[in-house]
Design a protein around this ligand. Structure first.
Ligand code: ZN
Length: 207
């Protein structure tokens, strides 16, 4: 097995543990990765169940699809991560969750309006939702996600009836975005039940 990248592997494992603790992922759902060099990433394994996942289960691979560590196979959503890293050279962390409020919102709305501080993080860009339910692990899901990310300039995209994909210049940034957007989706749900949510936009910010 190729050596090195211990720090990145540990960071990825810490982030996965935090996602599980925050109930943003459950069972074996979702997948996460960190870029460790221009053409290499470490990603969660296929079918890895969170409660007994270990550091050694994380898979080092390149962006051509080759596994470089002597474990694997890698996550069935590898293509999504691969296409994002290829399309966005400055992105170094990708998080995919099946967080419940995001999934709920995605079945009703075409985008997630932002009503809290996550508005600042995401540059006041509502998070787009894919038009259709796309088969998990498919080429189409990966391509459509990248298309929406490019088109809207958002650092996150919501997969209809499925979950969230959050990007970061570093993995910690991607984690914070995934966590904040779940709070945002929950807050939106509460606000919508109480009345007409007031949103934060560039225009409504008073300095
Ligand atoms: Zn998924």
């Amino acid at each position: 097995m190729k050596s090195g990248y211990e720090k990145e592997r540990e960071l990825l494992f810490s982030v996965i543990t935090a996602l599980y603790k925050e109930a943003l992922v459950n069972g074996a759902s979702g997948n996460q990765s960190i870029r460790v060099s221009e053409n290499e990433i470490i990603i969660t394994p296929s079918g890895g169940t969170y409660f007994n996942l270990s550091l050694e289960d994380l898979v080092l691979c390149d962006l051509s699809g080759n596994v470089l560590s002597n474990n694997g196979p890698y996550s069935s959503e590898y293509k999504l991560h691969q296409k994002i890293y290829k399309a966005f050279p400055n992105i170094n962390g990708v998080i995919h969750t099946h967080s419940p409020y995001i999934i709920g919102v995605s079945s009703v709305l075409k985008e997630l309006p932002l009503l809290s501080v996550e508005s600042f993080v995401s540059g006041f860009t509502p998070v787009p939702v894919t038009e259709n339910f796309l088969m998990p692990g498919s080429q189409l899901l990966a391509e459509e996600s990248v298309r929406l990310l490019k088109e809207t300039g958002s650092k996150a995209v919501i997969l209809k009836n499925h979950g969230l994909v959050a990007l970061g210049n570093c993995l910690t940034e991607a984690f914070n975005l995934a966590s904040n957007l779940e709070v945002g989706a929950k807050a939106y749900f509460v606000a919508k039940n109480l009345g007409n949510p007031s949103l934060i936009t560039k225009e409504t910010v008073k300095k």
